[in-house]
Design a protein. Structure first.
Length: 261
């Protein structure tokens, strides 16, 4: 399905399934090559496409017969045929083009060359920039169980004068979703917040009680002051205890102690 009829069919699916080409308002800040997030906590996450794509997604330009091979989120070396190993060299490719006129392959970018960008109409795109070649993949939300990749046709491209190329990716994974990092804080973060709240409450309430009810002033308002003064020494003794293999260090008795007498 790489012809105008197929494109029209995809647009029909887009409208019939209630899909939308509009994303959440505002810039989408990139998290990694597969995800970006909006200020409202939602974002785009196309990682699930890896489970649906065995090797790569492909699209053909109906005018030039050029073929585009796209693999999201990670680079791969697989191609139908690449005798010169242009796209499959190094770490592989995330986006590759087969030039039908020259019968050669051209690497358009790896995952490190991709970035999320927001257009004038707040449309999200995954843009690949390699050398002076720019290829944009517009992410269009399609509430369907399959994803489709097509080549956008414009006047510059039809005349063969356009250096940059735009592809359409119709996919359910291009729809805004709740990003996990925003909706579910990490366990470590929760514990750290609880620790800070507990410490602040301990010192605040303890200081107020000692100041108002016990008449403490100055440094004496700190609750359990003797413990905090002894804490550095306790930590030092604990470190020595661990360094000695959890054995009590033998010391000479204090001259004033009972054992010395």
């Amino acid at each position: 399905m790489n012809n105008p009829v197929a494109v029209a069919f995809a647009i029909f699916l887009l409208l019939a399934s209630g899909g939308s080409v509009e994303a959440s308002a505002g810039q989408c800040r990139q998290l990694d090559p597969c995800r970006c997030e909006f200020e409202n906590g939602q974002g785009i996450d196309i990682r699930q496409m890896l489970l649906k794509v065995d090797n790569y997604m492909s699209a053909m330009d109906p005018i030039t017969q050029d073929k585009y091979f796209f693999h999201p989120c990670q680079d791969i070396p697989q191609l139908p045929s690449d005798d010169n190993k242009v796209c499959s060299s190094g770490v592989g490719y995330s986006l590759c083009r087969y030039n039908n006129a020259a019968k050669t392959y051209e690497k358009l970018g790896t995952t490190h060359d991709a970035s999320f960008q927001t257009g004038d109409n707040e449309q999200q795109s995954l843009v690949y920039k390699l050398n002076s070649v720019v290829t944009s993949i517009q992410l269009l939300c399609l509430k369907h169980d399959q994803s489709y990749l097509y080549v956008k046709q414009d006047e510059a491209q039809k005349l063969g004068t356009g250096k940059n190329t735009t592809l359409f990716l119709f996919s359910p994974y291009a729809c805004p979703v709740t990003i996990e990092e925003i909706s579910k804080p990490s366990t470590g973060g929760v514990l750290l917040i609880l620790f800070l709240i507990g410490t602040f409450t301990y010192f605040t309430i303890g200081s107020i009680v000692r100041f108002m009810y016990l008449g403490a002033r100055g440094i004496e308002v700190i609750p359990n002051l003797d413990f905090w003064k002894d804490l550095p020494g306790l930590v030092r003794d604990g470190v020595r205890f661990l360094q000695n293999g959890c054995r009590v260090e033998r010391r000479a008795p204090d001259p004033d102690s009972y054992d010395a007498i």
